[in-house]
Design a protein around this ligand. Structure first.
Ligand code: IPE
Ligand code: IPE
Ligand code: MG
Length: 230
């Protein structure tokens, strides 16, 4: 059983296109899939689930699509925070979320505060997240410690870097899932993926159900992890 699963939730646009619907409908159905998977993660006993919701590169999309995504995000937090609070879900956000609109930042901060005492499942939502950006922030922080003499450059270990990442307080990443048939990381959790198992499916994110998650966990259970050993 993995402790920490991350998902690149991809394919909302193609789901909508197949049905001659606007992309926004794909994103809306994508939020339904998020709900089901967060519930399933709790039911299945996952300690941590990290969901890629908006990348630092997704700002390149047309303004109306970015607006639709931000609107859905806002609605999602308002609609789901009570259920998280009641079900032991601790909400966490990774990425530069403070650069989002002030009303969304306030909702996020409130949701984080309201669920901070929960410990059943940590739900980390990646918002305005890019792994290269995360590593640059970690690097700058470590460079500062080296400059002020609190850290010696020749004593740096991987743990020093891990401790500076947005995921520092989460278990190591065990399994990365990507939907929609694409097989790339798209700037997600580059450091954390070092020894994660990878699982790809052609299923588009709005069609992803708890049965798909269960299949991924079953495949994970059958894999042998070696971490470079024998
Ligand atoms: C994933 O679906 C959601 C986000 C990236 C926000 P896409 O919008 O990337 O859907 P496709 O890849 O165009 O099908
Ligand atoms: C990755 O999906 C980002 C999220 C799922 C939020 P993209 O659809 O943005 O990735 P690329 O552009 O196909 O690599
Ligand atoms: Mg995509």
């Amino acid at each position: 059983m993995p402790r920490h699963v991350a998902i690149i939730m991809d394919g909302n646009g193609r789901w909508a296109k197949k049905r001659y619907l606007p992309r926004a409908m794909g994103h809306r159905r994508g939020v339904e899939a998020v709900r089901e998977i967060v519930r399933a993660a709790g039911d299945m006993g996952l300690e941590a689930l990290t969901l890629y919701a908006f990348s630092s590169e997704n700002w390149k999309r047309p303004a109306d699509e970015v607006g639709d995504l931000m609107g859905l995000l806002k609605h999602f937090i308002i609609a789901d925070i009570d259920e998280f609070a009641a079900n032991g879900v601790r909400l966490k956000v990774i990425g530069r979320y403070r650069e989002l609109a002030p009303d969304i930042v306030a909702l996020i901060d409130d949701a984080i505060a309201r669920t901070s005492g929960n410990s059943r499942t940590t739900l980390a939502v990646a918002l305005n997240y890019g792994a290269q950006d995360e590593l640059l922030r970690a690097t700058a922080s470590l460079a500062g410690q080296i400059a002020d003499g609190t850290l010696a450059a020749d004593s740096l270990t991987p743990d020093h870097v891990s401790a500076q990442l947005d995921t520092a307080d989460m278990p190591p990443l065990d399994l990365l899932i990507r939907t929609s048939g694409e097989q790339r990381l798209s700037n997600f959790l580059l450091w954390q993926c070092a020894y994660a198992e990878l699982w790809f499916t052609d299923t588009l994110w709005p069609d992803f159900t708890r049965q798909h998650l269960a299949s991924a966990l079953a495949d994970y259970a059958a894999r042998e992890r070696r971490f470079g050993g024998r």
